[in-house]
Write a protein that binds this ligand. Sequence first.
Ligand code: PHE
Length: 339
Amino acid sequence: MKEKILQIKNDAERELLDIKNLDELNYFRIKYVGKNGALTEIMKGMREVSKEERPAIGSLINDVKTYIENNIQKLELLFKDQELNKKLLNEKIDITEPGINNDLGLFHPIQKTFNKLIDACVEMGFEVVCGPEVELDKYNFEMLNVPKDHPARDMQDTFYITEDIVLRTHTSPVQARVMESRKPPIKIISPGRTYRVDNDATHSPVFHQIEGLVIDKNISLLDLKMMLSKLLQILFGDETKIRFRPSYFPFTEPSVEVDISCPNCKGEGCSLCKRTGWMEVMGAGIVNPKVLENCGIDSNIYSGFAFGQGIDRLTMVMNKIPDMRMLFENDIRFLDQVK
Ligand code: PHE
């Protein structure tokens, strides 16, 4: 018995030297001190040991057991330590490295202007309607009282896709589409992208407009003036004055250009308003009865007004941007500066 126990101790001693990790240690633990381990088995044989020998054998087994368990504990601590160190090394963080900056997304300056205008219009009861950018000549021109070969076509230098399909030169075709498909009263705005053959510091081949259209009984120029005054005051401040200058658009009669007192100098005259104290912001007018008839609306019963505003120029004025093309270069250093 005694030899057997010492043999176990010897074997264990030798094996302990070869254990390299926690898995192997676990295997060792089961082999010697587990439920069916070598030492446990030996203890079962104690019954056969004579009374005299029992205390000595018992304490020998205990010594070997303590020896093995102490070693297991030591190795366990060692391996756990090693594993932790390895993990720390692998997951080392360089706290001096500069962080990755997550910039917040922003609306584009043009979208900001759009949002201000759309919010103000929706507050005044307008519904937002959008239309196609690749448009039929019919809606872009003909129904708006600009037949083929009409001299007014020169006012809008057009990208033709075919003879009958154009890139819309303004958002006014949405007027025609809505009037053709609905019955008055109508009160819509139509924001969107528009195209003309133009490219310099104050013109871009792609630009943006918002169109407004109100059709009902007894609509007059006075309604137009009241509504635009309110709208422009919401946008530019209560003290903003507006004035109408006679103008010409084939789809409105009479037609006007709408000026506001310069929001920068309040009418005193500055470089933004070219020292006039006024700034041109939109075209507008009473919808030409011919347009109403073209769209199937009885011009003896109904009348209406329309206005169209360029968003790009307005964005330039509001933010003192010197060149329209800056709005389309998407240089974040520039875009970040626009409030
Ligand atoms: N569609 C015109 C333009 O782009 C603007 C406008 C709209 C004028 C509605 C009058 C009425 O020039």
